[in-house]
Design a protein around this ligand. Structure first.
Ligand SMILES: Nc1ncnc2c1ncn2[C@@H]1O[C@H](COP(=O)(O)OP(=O)(O)OP(=O)(O)O)[C@@H](O)[C@H]1O
Length: 250
């Protein structure tokens, strides 16, 4: 479980996060949603330590991550898997080399152990045998799956995913969501996903926090979101006329 307590982040005069508290549960898909510029990615970066919060604390299973120095954070960092928005694969490396990259950095595993692990991860994302391909030879959806394979290579306890569906067609996007969901259930990861994809919200949103102008405006599950009377959340979720009409039939 990850707990964030009263997180503030200010860049110069720009107060981006204004006192956000939340719990992200293990074995669940915890979603951070909100319109563009509401502070989602900034919050994610504060949680993983890519930004230092101006104020507030982040706890990983009760351990105060914010108060730790660089060395102190290493054991927690080793348990974090991340899938970035653009998959962030190394273009000059094969699929297999990309997946093995964190194992080379953070483990003492032998060559054959690393290869076994890469093969296990590739199988898990349905890309068995694609070891020797380069990112340029992959579709957008395949790149995301390689990104997920790399993110789970270290058997993370915590999985962070920023906009997993950006640039994907709706069907592939749902397959990626299902994969994230399966991995979360299977490995009991505390998964935190930043998204503005409504299919993701409805499909895998176990626990959702909605940010509005840097504040937590609403919290609940995908089952609760359809019936919310929160005005800002409603105009975010049911932005199109089509969705508004669909809601009236619910
Ligand atoms: N490193 C930075 N330095 C200064 N300002 C920043 C920095 N990172 C983010 N911001 C500002 O913080 C605000 C929120 O940005 P953020 O990327 O967190 O929003 P978001 O909700 O993830 O948006 P989107 O959905 O468009 O990705 C923006 O006004 C942005 O300009």
């Amino acid at each position: 479980m990850i707990e964030i307590v009263d997180i503030y982040k200010t860049f110069g005069e720009n107060a981006v996060l204004k006192g956000i508290s939340a719990n992200f549960k293990a074995g669940k898909n915890n979603l951070i949603i909100g319109s563009s510029g509401s502070g989602k990615t900034t919050l994610l970066k504060c949680i993983v330590g890519l930004h230092e919060p101006t104020k507030g604390e982040v706890y990983y299973d009760k351990e105060n991550f914010t108060s730790m120095n660089f060395e102190g954070r290493v054991p927690i960092r080793k348990q974090i898997g991340m899938l970035f928005q653009n998959s962030a694969l190394f273009d000059s490396m094969t699929v297999e080399q990309n997946i093995i990259f964190p194992l080379n950095l953070f483990t003492e595993m032998s060559k054959s152990e690393k290869l076994d692990r890469a093969n296990f991860c590739l199988k898990r994302v349905n890309l068995e045998g694609k070891n020797k391909l380069y990112p340029s030879e992959l579709s957008g959806g395949m790149k995301k799956r390689v990104g997920i394979a790399r993110a789970i290579s270290m058997q993370p306890k915590y999985l962070f995913v920023d906009e997993p569906n950006s640039g994907l067609d709706p069907k592939t996007a749902i397959l990626i969501d299902e994969l994230i969901n399966e991995i979360t259930e299977e490995f009991k990861t505390t998964t935190v996903v930043v998204t503005h994809d409504m299919n993701s919200v409805m499909g895998i949103g176990d626990n959702i926090i909605f940010l509005h102008n840097g504040e937590k405006w609403w919290e609940g599950s995908n089952h609760q979101i359809a019936h919310t009377d929160n005005k800002e959340l409603n105009s975010f979720v049911f932005a199109s006329k089509f969705m508004q009409a669909a809601r009236e039939k619910l």
